[in-house]
Design a protein around this ligand. Structure first.
Ligand code: UD1
Ligand code: UDP
Length: 374
């Protein structure tokens, strides 16, 4: 009987990073592959599933408006128990650092099922930043049997935590596999209504600044500072600011309250993945607190100002595409204005490089699984 693999995820970034792996795994008939989405996100998850043409076998339909982390975790534990009892997988694959990842890994462990962790070993070693992702990732690392580390730095973090070298594979990040897929489609004239709308709405004679933000540790004062800084930039410079606003109510409320009504700030709904990639390609500069965007932008040669004090992704900071600016008003406005005005500084940050992989991560993960599972 063929071995069974259950792939679990629940949020937009996990979906973007796991869908290309699902396609790679399904190329090989050796394994019976099933997909379980917790649907910790709903609309933002479904956008991605649709683009990658993935229909989940199990949909836990967990999302509730603004639920607490404990309620979210409890509901995933209960529903995962039933899925694991029904499917009896030999291996559960989880991704990254969300509540879905750590709880699905833990639920599998409680049932005696092996766990593989994609995007393993990223660390800030600060439990409060990113919150709760740093601890989610550490917990998932403790539980997992196989660790797919995107970079040497992440592999070394795991070795430092006594993970056996033979259980780690450095693969690059699957986000680059997905990015190449999307860029390829866009270069082959893929267009959708959203892209057509954006082409009609935005003034492309101006520099475009693309903004995203959603980190829990930035809620409250952090977001107020971010909004104040964006308002100042919109007032003082001739740019178009495009801000697809994350659906989390803690983000929606301050952003819509503080940034509505400015002709050069475009607050829009979260973009479907290909439209977001297209938007990154049009951007002069990206300002974000996102993990995934920090990984994608270097491949596109786009400078990124990261609104965080710490990052578990130091590679692109070292190579120079990414700069940490925190949520400090002064740091955000100052650094943005410098990049708008100083060509040499800007060009230094635009050298395209791929510290997070070469688009072959999914293939390497599948090879390693075959080695381990047989
Ligand atoms: C979650 C992850 C975070 C990841 C981010 C990616 C945790 C604790 N957080 O944060 O690590 O970086 O996703 O975006 O795992 N909502 C909707 N529709 C959606 C998605 C969210 O309405 O499609 C609203 C709901 O009210 C939901 C709330 O946003 O309750 C928060 O969602 P949640 O997944 O708990 O947190 P995120 O901030 O999205
Ligand atoms: N993204 C998207 N639409 C948007 C904003 C982001 O498809 O409106 C994609 C982006 O390309 C990246 C991922 O979502 O791959 C990042 O997700 P997010 O910032 O929500 O989470 P994080 O990466 O911080 O966990």
């Amino acid at each position: 009987m063929s071995k069974k693999i259950l792939i679990c995820f629940g949020t937009r970034p996990e979906a973007i990073k796991m869908c290309s792996l699902i396609h790679e795994l399904k190329k090989d008939a050796t394994y019976l592959i099933k997909v379980c989405v917790t649907a910790q996100h709903r609309e933002m998850l479904d956008q991605v599933l649709e683009f990658f043409e993935i229909t989940p076998d199990f949909d836990l339909d967990i999302m509730k408006a603004n639920q607490s982390l404990n309620e979210l975790s409890g509901r995933i534990f209960i529903k995962m128990d039933a899925v694991l009892s029904d499917f009896h997988p030999d291996l559960v694959l989880v991704h990254g650092d969300t509540t879905t990842s750590s709880v699905c890994a833990w639920a599998a462990f409680n049932k005696g099922v092996k766990v593989g962790h994609v995007e393993a070993g990223l660390r800030t070693f600060d439990k409060t930043s990113p919150f709760p992702e740093e601890l989610n990732r550490q917990i998932t690392g403790r539980i997992s049997d196989y660790h797919f580390a995107p970079t040497i730095i992440s592999r070394n973090n795991l070795i430092g935590e006594n993970v056996l070298e033979s259980d780690i594979k450095v693969t690059g990040n699957t986000v680059i596999d997905s990015l190449y897929w999307a860029v390829d489609k866009l270069k082959n004239n893929y267009k959708n209504e959203t892209i057509v709308d954006l082409e009609a709405t935005l003034d492309f004679t101006k520099k475009i600044i693309l903004v995203t933000g959603h980190r829990r540790e930035n809620f409250g004062e952090g977001f107020l500072n971010i909004c104040k800084a964006l308002k100042q930039i919109a007032k003082d410079t001739s740019v178009e600011i495009v801000y697809p606003v994350h659906l989390n109510p803690n983000v929606q409320k301050p952003v819509i309250e503080l940034l509505s009504g400015y002709s050069n700030i475009h607050l829009i709904t979260p973009l479907d993945y290909p439209s977001f990639v297209w938007m990154m390609m049009q951007a002069y500069l990206i300002i974000t607190d996102s993990g995934g965007v920090q990984e994608e932008a270097p491949s596109l040669g786009k400078p990124v100002l990261v609104m965080r004090d710490t990052t578990e992704r130091p590679e692109a900071v070292t190579t120079g595409t990414v700069k940490l600016v925190g949520t400090n008003f002064q740091a955000i406005t100052q650094n943005t204005k410098e990049l708008l005005e100083k060509t040499a500084l800007y060009e230094k940050m635009t050298k395209a490089h791929n510290p997070y992989g070469d688009g072959q991560a999914t293939k390497k993960i599948v090879e390693f699984i075959k080695q381990k599972l047989g």
